[in-house]
Write a protein that binds this ligand. Sequence first.
Ligand SMILES: *Cc1c(COP(=O)(O)O)cnc(C)c1O
Length: 399
Amino acid sequence: MSDYDYAWYQKHSFTPIINVSGTMTGLGASITTPTVADATAEAMQHFVSIHEAQAKASELIAQLTHAEAGCLTASASAGITLAVAGCMTGLNPGKVESLPCVEGMPNEVIVQAGHLCGYGAPISQAIGLSGATVKSVGQSTLCCDYQVSSAISEKTVAAVYVVSHHVVHYGQCPLSRFVELCHEKNIPVIVDAASEYDLTGFLEAGADLVIYSGHKFLGGPTAGILAGKKELIRAAYLQNLGIGRGMKIGKESIMGAMAAMRAWMQRDHKAVSQREYQVLQHWQMATDKIPGIKATIVPDPTGNPLYRLQIDVDPSITGWTAAQAVSAFAAGKPTMIVRDHEIEHGYFQLDPCNLQPGQDREVCQRLIETLSSETPSHFEAADARNGSVNAYLGWIADR
Ligand SMILES: *Cc1c(COP(=O)(O)O)cnc(C)c1O
């Protein structure tokens, strides 16, 4: 039925997965191309000076993002911690070694209240791990200029700005204004853009450091990419002498991330997005006429150049809810994981960005079968809100 080979799952007795949820850490984020996989495997067979490899990565990150410099770390989350730490310590190794103890160092980091999100873990904790203290600015749905300005004091070392579907989407201070207000008081701005396609715009808007995930849209091995002002990048990199040790990236991921960045620069983005859009149109046509189902193609909420198919379920017609359909998809073989962050509103979404060859047809068939049957009513509603913590708590508990 599909061109995709599920043999690897069989070999390891893993549950076969069709991922139409996007780049999810809990599913292994993304699948790399053979070129990226080869670069990773090849590196495992050689020694290399990590400083040399990271210096090459810096050049490549600079080319990709138009930053002065860059470095790689274990994850975007680690990148946030190291960026903040670097703003506190500068290039002083003594201070690097003393973190997370911040005695005698200014250590406040301002963040708009509406940006204090979670991406599987709280961003406030990624900041706090360095020893910094988060100072929340404004209210969750409103942040005024004066609130940003008056939050800055002699204790402030940095400001963090988050670009993500996870943050509140109205009433927030726009990045260029936020940068202006912070730069007026010489405070560097760190942008968490882990899940964004735009690799140049945030630096262009004045950000001093920007953080991306190597394993999300870039399709590399697990890695965090830091890009920005040279002195701040050097300070973040220096944390490898301290708290960065546990967040380090190995040679295999450095080489894999570099291969992924090169591939990104060469990729025919237009052709990929056209192909994905056609898949969505196909699914839409196949499902929109099913009683109680409304299928709409929706743009990405943060302006990434990608679309998803939103399936709204009217339970008064279907006899089951969107959350029950999500469980029915997950219970099938292979398990099909859809995007259910906003399930309480009665819809789920399908993200085509991680589809493997032939899976578009497999998904289409599953959609038609499940959405036009009475079966979902047999399933308990998926609990997206508590599902993730319950999965952690349940891990090996009953084995
Ligand atoms: C995914 C994500 C992160 C964490 O990225 P990792 O590389 O998995 O650590 C941080 N911030 C935002 C906004 C994200 O979407």
